[in-house]
Design a protein around this ligand. Structure first.
Ligand code: 5GP
Length: 112
């Protein structure tokens, strides 16, 4: 069980911006950009490294949800970034698959 499971169960509060039967999107508690939203599946998958063929449709829904979040929050025209951190070198800190949607300012590349 991770903190994201508790958000899905509404045991702890989150600023939810978009939701479907399978996906939840809420603002990151420590935003690194004016728009910083986490898009997660409601089922527990540890991360991209743990996703398999059975998650193919779900991964598509997560990506589509990122685009929907960008439209809802008005960064679809200015641009944004979608990223998922995997494991220790990737900087993953919560082991429930999540996509970061970042926008609202120019984003540098490559990441530090
Ligand atoms: P990761 O480092 O695993 O790629 O991203 C995890 C993200 O979850 C971090 O950006 C962190 O700020 C965010 N986070 C951790 N705990 C909470 C929480 O309780 N609520 C919200 N909204 N975000 C959280």
């Amino acid at each position: 069980m991770t903190i994201f499971d508790r958000i899905i169960r509404r045991e702890i509060p989150a600023d939810i911006v978009y939701e479907t039967d399978e996906v939840l999107a809420f603002r990151d508690i420590h935003p690194v950009a004016p728009v910083h939203v986490l898009v997660i599946p409601k089922v527990a998958v540890e991360g991209l490294a743990h996703a398999g063929p059975e998650h193919e449709a779900l991964l598509g829904k997560l990506m589509i949800a990122c685009g929907q979040v960008a439209r809802i929050l008005g960064i679809d025209r200015t641009g944004y970034r979608v990223v998922t951190n995997v494991g220790s070198d990737g900087g993953q800190s919560v082991f429930h698959l999540h996509l970061h949607v970042l926008g609202g300012r120019p984003l540098g590349w490559p990441p530090g």
